[in-house]
Design a protein around this ligand. Structure first.
Ligand SMILES: [Zn+2]
Ligand SMILES: [Zn+2]
Length: 368
């Protein structure tokens, strides 16, 4: 069990990468190691000693791509956190926990009507929790939404950080899609940090068929072992070509032409175009990945198809124990999809993940 520290070590984003539109010059972002005071814990708050914090595409968006954080820099990024409670509410001290990436206010109309995952007053470490984020030794968080980890066997606590975001976001997406046993599912971007969990979760929830689409051959091969029944390599193909290949697959394998639930995970324009092109009669498109890209689409098709397009954001904390159980029971594999690195190598880890999405998600473990 950890001890209460005098200070918190933290890697703060002092400034994000900036781009000057006139001079076309970009100034690299800056991460700096600092010590900050341990805040006085408020009632209902605990201090978590961080075991691991995952590097998410969202962190890279803040650091490299001009996506603004709610709390202005300097702040620590990182919202995919597991750790051990070392101070605060005595009922929690000593427990291993996962910190939900999104913690609702529990007071507003959205929270009261079951839509707390998109609460506008929500707190997200490494974004809207003041200066506090997961790329730190410790973090103060409200305890109401914490997910206790019990019976993790040989799975390192640090690896379970991915349950805080990468593995739970797809579960919420499946809920938004009203995914039922027997459903047929397409996952655009099945190879990525979130996409591969989408495949595993869809299958674990009883999907009859999972078709994975991706541009990386190695990730496609892996997807076939973890959830996907069939895969389509979309590399170098436009949306029309992918759609044609998909129709061919349906014909060849005797799959239905209607009612597909399509999860768009890439957040890239190309992936979104593929997803929209695949959307057909009585289908549902669930937008899981984020981008600012604009796409032209004849929305009248939704009428003609009796189809839907739905967005999904984060995951309600109440779903976390369900997802954690699925991981601990082996229905969702995380071990094949996680690698740990010392937190002191955060700059290199960011640069590497920014250059190309890693085959296994990088979880940073505090060494400072
Ligand atoms: Zn994330
Ligand atoms: Zn709320």
């Amino acid at each position: 069990m950890g001890t209460v520290p005098d200070k918190i070590w933290t890697w703060r984003m002092v400034q994000p990468t900036t781009f000057n539109k006139e001079t076309k010059e970009s100034t690299p972002g800056k991460l700096e190691k600092e010590q900050i005071p341990v805040p006085e814990l408020q009632p209902g708050e605990v201090l978590v000693e961080i075991a691991g914090c995952g590097v998410c595409h969202t962190d890279l968006g803040y650091f490299y791509d001009g996506v603004p954080t709610v709390s202005k820099p300097p702040l620590a990024l990182g919202h995919e956190i597991s750790g051990t409670v070392v101070a605060g509410d005595s009922a929690w001290v000593g427990k291993e926990v996962i910190v939900p990436a999104v913690m609702p206010c529990r007071k507003c109309i959205l929270c009261k009507t079951g839509r707390g995952n998109r609460c506008l007053d929500q707190k997200m470490p490494g974004n809207s929790l003041g200066v506090y984020g997961g790329f730190s030794s410790h973090i103060p968080v409200p305890c109401i939404d914490l997910c206790e980890v019990k019976g993790r066997g040989n799975i390192p606590l640090a690896h379970l950080a991915v349950v805080a975001d990468a593995a739970t976001t797809p579960f919420q997406a499946a809920k938004r899609a009203s995914l039922q046993p027997g459903d047929n599912v397409i996952i655009v971007g099945i190879g990525g940090g979130v996409g591969q969990y989408m495949g595993q979760i869809a299958k674990a929830l009883g999907a009859a068929t999972v078709v994975g689409i991706e541009v990386d051959e190695e990730k496609l091969k892996r997807a076939l072992q973890f959830g996907a029944d069939y895969v389509i390599n979309a590399k170098g193909k436009d949306a029309g070509a992918v759609s044609k290949e998909f129709r061919g697959l349906c014909k060849e394998k005797g799959l239905p032409a209607t009612g597909w639930k399509i999860f768009e995970i890439t957040g890239a324009k190309g992936g979104q175009e593929v997803a929209l092109t695949l959307l057909s009669f009585t289908g549902k498109l669930i937008v899981v990945g984020f981008s600012m890209a604009k796409i032209e689409y004849a929305i009248g098709r939704l009428m003609a198809f009796d189809a839907e397009i739905i967005g999904t954001w984060g995951c309600l904390p109440e779903h976390y124990p369900v997802v954690l159980d699925m991981v601990l029971e082996g229905r969702i594999n995380i071990e094949e999809f996680v690698q740990t690195r010392p937190m002191s190598s955060i700059a290199e880890a960011f640069a590497e993940a920014h250059k190309a999405p890693p085959l296994k998600r990088i979880v940073l473990t505090p060494d400072f």
